[in-house]
Design a protein around this ligand. Structure first.
Ligand code: DGP
Length: 147
């Protein structure tokens, strides 16, 4: 599988890791997926799982590459838990700079959440579903049926 991004997409640090031009602490690799330790872990065992297919954000990823990542995520998560002794964790996937994406190659974080608080901190401000919920759901459903 080629490692070049679509026209207009810049190479990222993960392109270089995939190409073997930069080192990483690899924990898993197959034909479509690479997983390695995050260089700035929020907790020990913080692991990144990336498709080899070049795509900036999840919505740009092919069904095949998405399936390849999804197939191994639970297995990698179980291994991270067993290796670290953690029993709880978050899977985080950021898309776009406002959504905290810093590396523009799709990646999933597996982040152990420890009893001492280390791990992902979430400022989750709950909203309330509005009167437009049915219309919104129908619009999203229609878009899915068209894709
Ligand atoms: P995000 O904010 O979702 O785009 O997360 C990007 C993550 O990538 C961040 O947690 C740090 C990690 N990272 C950045 N550069 C490198 C690198 O060169 N090696 C490794 N292993 N991780 C990196």
């Amino acid at each position: 599988m080629g490692l070049r991004y679509a026209d207009g997409m810049a190479d990222t640090i993960f392109t270089k890791i995939l190409a073997g031009e930069l080192p990483c602490h690899r924990v898993y690799e197959d034909e479509d997926v690479l997983a390695f330790l995050d260089i700035n872990p929020l907790s020990p065992g913080h692991t990144l799982v990336i498709p080899k297919e070049p795509a900036e954000t999840l919505d740009q990823l092919s069904d095949e590459a998405s399936a390849a990542v999804g197939r191994v995520l639970p297995r990698i998560a179980r291994a991270v838990l067993q290796a670290t002794g953690a029993t709880q964790y978050n899977v985080l996937q950021n898309n776009g700079p406002r959504a905290h994406q810093a590396v523009f190659h799709v990646h999933f974080h597996i982040i152990p959440k420890l009893e001492d608080g280390r791990g992902l901190g979430i400022d989750w401000q709950l909203g309330t579903l509005g009167d437009d919920a049915a219309e919104l759901a129908a619009t999203i459903a229609k878009q899915i049926s068209l894709s």
